[in-house]
Write a protein that binds this ligand. Structure first.
Ligand code: ZN
Length: 498
């Protein structure tokens, strides 16, 4: 067994390394590359991902797994080796079920769809995107077909992003989450909007960069093993456990770069704190999108938008922007946490964000099931916006065309955002139960207690365990929407009154 395991580690280690080299090319493309280089870079990226795919789906790996899987019973289920075989077998089985012809057709369809979507978005005209989107949903149904029989047609698509989670579980979670979220929003809407004039001024870019760096460093993002750069769409990427990079976008008419940097630093702190013993294996990365998003959201919102954090950080903001010196902390805190239904998901606040996600989840499931015709998407979108958020977008660009996901074939991705929010509140509560109230530490700018708890309970495991197992180990339960609702209620009752 020892030799076979060694062979497995070499094979998947190399495949994983190829993916990480591809990540360097991608980072360069988004941060540094001259625009004219796009075609050449696309060829190089395709070559690398093709090589990685061959290794991950080749006969050699299949034969190795055939020999190793039966021997797993001799291994400790918590050991790195057991988890590596399990994860490799899981992904291998998923990959080989999909014929190469479908993979090629899907890549072709999504690349066409992306440019159709760009046009439709620019002209706010869904008709220009309708046929492309129909094709994508047809291909997604074909994809699900390769995994039949399934409990739900959405399951195989979801497995791509959140392995081990079933559609039925998400449906149940969202059914419990939706009514109290909508109710809370109605209660908040009955109160006057906070004064946000302190956020409507010019914030110099160089000062914002200094603050973004200072905030990321303060919460524990390790700049010796990473860096912060500028990118149009902020993202985090890892080239290895000691090189995890973040990006942000600074705009001088708002302070959003601060939140977005805390968000990306949260993703990066996860990757930087995976056990070094997992390096060079596919276990050396975050386990799922929802767990990843729970980390970014925890630092962005539960920490970054909290009063204790602002007590520590707001004087730095006042120092950088003298206009804020006459704005008391509590006034800034209220403005920074304004709840207001809006059309655009990425701008949504903590109390409305999940409603944007539930809407997308319900619509993509309905389109996949064939219950909703793709042609009827705009009307269905607007009706749900009205029902959940009480507003109707004036056009499709601010409605069903706003996200890039579906054009890229990412069906099954959206729910992970909301699950990340829910899990962030559970981890926050779990940590506070284990470590006592963290408020005094946060007010001092001391984030070590929180970070170390996350290191021990989430980060160090890398991809060893799937979402529900990670959560069970950390807090002893599954996903519990009531914890997030409790968090929102406490926070906004204090902010807005009853
Ligand atoms: Zn994120």
């Amino acid at each position: 067994m020892h030799n076979k395991l060694k062979k497995l580690k070499k094979l998947v280690g190399e495949a994983f390394e190829l993916q990480r080299i591809a990540a360097i090319l991608d980072w360069d493309q988004q941060v540094e590359m001259p625009v004219a280089a796009a075609a050449g870079r696309a060829r190089q990226a395709a070559l690398l991902s093709g090589l990685a795919h061959e290794k991950f789906t080749g006969a050699e790996l299949g034969e190795l797994l055939n020999e190793l899987v039966p021997e797993m019973k001799n291994l400790d289920p918590e050991s790195d080796d057991y988890c590596l075989i399990r994860l490799t077998a899981r992904d291998y089985d998923r990959h080989i079920k999909v014929p190469a012809g479908h993979v090629a057709e899907f890549a072709h369809a999504t690349s066409l769809a992306h440019s159709e979507w760009e046009k439709a978005y620019a002209e706010a005209d869904f008709l220009l995107f309708r046929d492309s989107l129909s094709r994508i949903f047809k291909l997604c149904r074909d994809y699900a077909g390769f995994f039949a029989p399934y409990d739900h047609i959405y399951d195989p698509l979801l497995a791509e992003f959140e392995p081990g989670l079933k559609t039925a579980v998400i449906t149940e979670i969202f059914a419990a989450l939706r009514p109290p979220q909508v109710e809370l929003l109605h209660e908040i809407a009955a109160h006057p909007e906070p004064d946000q004039s302190c956020l409507k001024q010019v914030f110099a870019a160089d000062k914002q960069w200094q603050l973004a760096r200072a905030a990321a460093a303060a919460i524990g993002y390790d700049f010796n093993r990473g860096r912060l750069d500028s990118a149009v769409h902020p993202f985090t990427t890892a080239f290895n456990l000691n090189d995890v990079r973040i990006t942000t976008a600074v705009k001088t008419d708002n302070l959003n770069a601060l939140s977005s940097t805390l968000h990306e630093a949260g993703h990066a702190i996860y990757e930087q704190n995976i056990a070094q013993s997992l390096e060079n294996t596919p276990l050396a990365t975050g386990t799922s999108l929802a767990i990843h998003e729970s980390q970014s959201r925890l630092w962005e919102n539960l920490v970054g938008r909290s009063r204790p954090f602002l007590k520590f950080f707001y004087p730095r903001l006042q120092n950088a922007f003298p206009e804020l010196r006459r704005v008391p902390l509590d006034e800034f805190y209220r403005a920074w946490n304004t709840v207001k239904p809006g059309f655009i998901r990425v701008n949504a606040d903590e109390a409305t964000y999940n409603l944007h996600i539930m809407l997308r989840f319900e619509l993509e499931v309905a389109m996949l099931e064939g219950v909703l015709a793709v042609a009827d998407l705009p009307e269905a979108w607007n009706a749900k916006m009205k029902e959940y958020l009480g507003i109707v977008p004036p056009d499709d660009a601010r409605g069903c065309l706003q996200d890039v996901h579906w054009s890229a074939g990412l069906v099954g991705y959206f729910p992970t955002y909301a699950l990340g929010n829910l899990i962030s509140a559970q981890l926050w509560e779990g940590c506070r139960e284990a470590c006592g109230s963290l408020d005094a530490e946060l007010e001092q700018g001391n984030f070590a207690g929180l970070r170390h708890w996350l290191n021990r309970n989430i980060h160090c495991h890398g991809s060893k365990f799937e979402l529900l197992e990670v959560l069970r180990r950390a807090v002893g339960t599954g996903i519990r929407p009531e914890v997030y609702i409790r968090y929102l209620r406490e926070k906004y009752t204090a902010l807005y009154g009853r």
